[in-house]
Ligand binder design. Structure first.
Ligand SMILES: O=C(O)CCC(=O)C(=O)O
Ligand SMILES: [Fe+2]
Length: 331
């Protein structure tokens, strides 16, 4: 593995770094796929026509998910997503906070890498997603540009935080493939060193996602394809500009992206869970197990119900255009 100072230096310089062979599929990732399959089984029990249920329950992962995605279940992605829904938070809002995901978030091997970047005082950030990307040809038109199931537009991760978080959160993204990820099946792409531009102006893109303003201008840069093997992790700087390609393959592209912030800096997503996962002072670690973690999410949910949303993006990021990509590129 790259030495401490090297990983930090590379991330700061390039905006991304791939660290190879950190996770073990069977031990660290397969349990999450199993839990995803369990969620599919529950959805089949609930939504599939009775006569079809047993047949569908015996499908393999891919066929089962394809079947479930055709059942017209409202906001299907939310059942597989790690966090509360962004809007319309209700008492019964569901989310994929499985025991296996808790194990991933607190995985020692991941935290050892993150420690090289953020130092020894680390909080789990509530900005986290799981993404099941089917072959694009199987997607409904409306999902092609939805980052959880289709392509993700050009963005910086800092842009999805509150204004306070954008300024002060010391954040690192850990992107984790569950399937080998290639140019063909929709890997992320980025531009080397473009993080050095700092936070850019974002707008609300097609279907309300956060997207760099004038993002077309990025097409003229040489892309870096963030391809990865299962077991690798990809770290992203909070100002890395990245997006993901369409899944042109016949297979699924599955990933999780979890984040950590340095203790003492805001999460940018209050009141969602933001708690110590590593510290030199063991007393700081108050969340020790899966059930305490879920309890944190449920407590946050109760706070979000009256205001109806879990988080909001301040869009456009800046009211003035000094931080527009178009302005900065001509300087
Ligand atoms: O997995 C993707 O398609 C996009 C992920 C992403 O933008 C992130 O992890 O920050
Ligand atoms: Fe991102």
């Amino acid at each position: 593995m790259k030495s401490n100072s090297k990983i930090k230096e590379i991330l700061k310089r390039d905006g991304f770094v791939k660290v190879k062979n950190i996770l073990n599929f069977n031990k660290d990732l397969k349990p999450i796929m199993k839990d995803m399959e369990f969620v599919m089984d529950c959805l089949i029990q609930k939504f599939a026509p009775k006569t079809y249920r047993n047949k569908a329950l015996n499908y393999d992962f891919r066929k089962k998910y394809t079947y479930v995605s055709k059942l017209n279940i409202y906001d299907l992605d939310q059942y597989f997503n790690t966090r509360l829904p962004r809007d319309h938070v209700k008492k019964d809002s569901d989310y994929f906070a499985s025991h296996s995901l808790w194990n991933l978030i607190t995985n020692k091997k991941i935290l050892d890498v993150v420690e090289k970047i953020l130092g020894s005082e680390i909080l789990s950030s509530p900005v986290q997603n799981t993404r099941i990307k089917q072959p694009e040809k199987k997607l409904s038109k409306g999902s092609v540009h939805d980052g959880l199931s289709g392509r993700t537009p050009w963005h910086q991760d800092a842009a999805v935080l509150s204004t306070h978080g954008q300024k002060f959160c010391d954040l690192v993204t850990v992107w984790i493939p569950f399937t080998k990820t290639t140019k063909n099946n929709g890997c992320m792409i980025t531009v080397k060193e473009i993080n050095k531009m700092g936070l850019l102006n974002h707008i609300s893109g097609y279907r309300g996602q956060v997207e760099v303003k004038n993002s077309k201008l990025l097409d003229k840069f040489k892309p870096i394809y963030l391809q990865a093997e299962v077991g690798d992790i990809i770290l992203l700087h909070k100002h890395s500009i990245h997006c993901s390609l369409p899944n042109k393959s016949n297979n699924f592209r599955i990933s999780a992206d979890i984040r950590y912030n340095r203790a003492g800096t805001p999460s940018g997503r209050k009141p969602l869970p933001n708690f110590y996962v590593r510290s030199k002072n063991k007393k700081n670690i108050k969340i020790h197990n899966y059930k305490q973690w879920v309890a944190l999410w449920e407590k946050a949910k109760n706070k979000c119900i009256p205001r109806k949303y879990a988080f909001k993006y301040p869009l456009p990021t800046f009211k003035h255009n000094n931080r527009d990509l178009s302005n900065l590129l001509t300087k």
